[in-house]
Design a binder for this molecule. Structure first.
Ligand code: SF4
Length: 125
């Protein structure tokens, strides 16, 4: 196990914030997860150690709103790989949406080929 890598971080699935220790072998495969108090923590530990995922929240340029609001809050419908967040932010910055917009409307489909849509976090008229 001399070529193993150990990663330490906290589980963020629930407020208990268990301290996880994840061991990976030389190929980057997870060998073990320790410190978790439940199976959800083991799943989180494996994901976080190999391909961390986050929901991305931002704003998109809004055109034609009666209120004059220039931006609308958006977020990815599900978590996307952390490694793609900068690329996704670039795509979000270039996006435009025209009012009216309803909460949950797709603003940007399949962002960065993740299969996840960016949706409006609120409505605008
Ligand atoms: S391991 Fe389980 S109990 Fe601990 S923080 Fe994660 S989800 Fe909560």
């Amino acid at each position: 196990m001399s070529n193993c890598t150990v990663k330490d971080f906290y589980c963020t699935v629930c407020p208990s914030e268990c301290h996880l220790t994840v061991t990976l072998d030389e190929t980057g495969s997870v060998v073990s997860v320790a410190g978790n108090s439940c199976p959800r923590g083991e799943r989180f530990g494996r994901q976080e150690a190999t391909c961390p995922m986050r929901v991305l929240a931002s704003t998109v340029r809004l055109e034609g709103a009666h209120t004059g609001e220039p931006l609308i809050p958006v977020r990815t419908r599900e978590a996307i790989p952390l490694s793609l967040q900068a690329q996704a932010m670039d795509a979000i910055r270039k996006a435009r949406v025209t009012a009216p917009v309803k909460m949950g409307d797709i603003v940007l489909a399949n962002v960065c080929d993740t299969g996840v849509d960016v949706v409006a976090s609120c409505s605008a008229r």
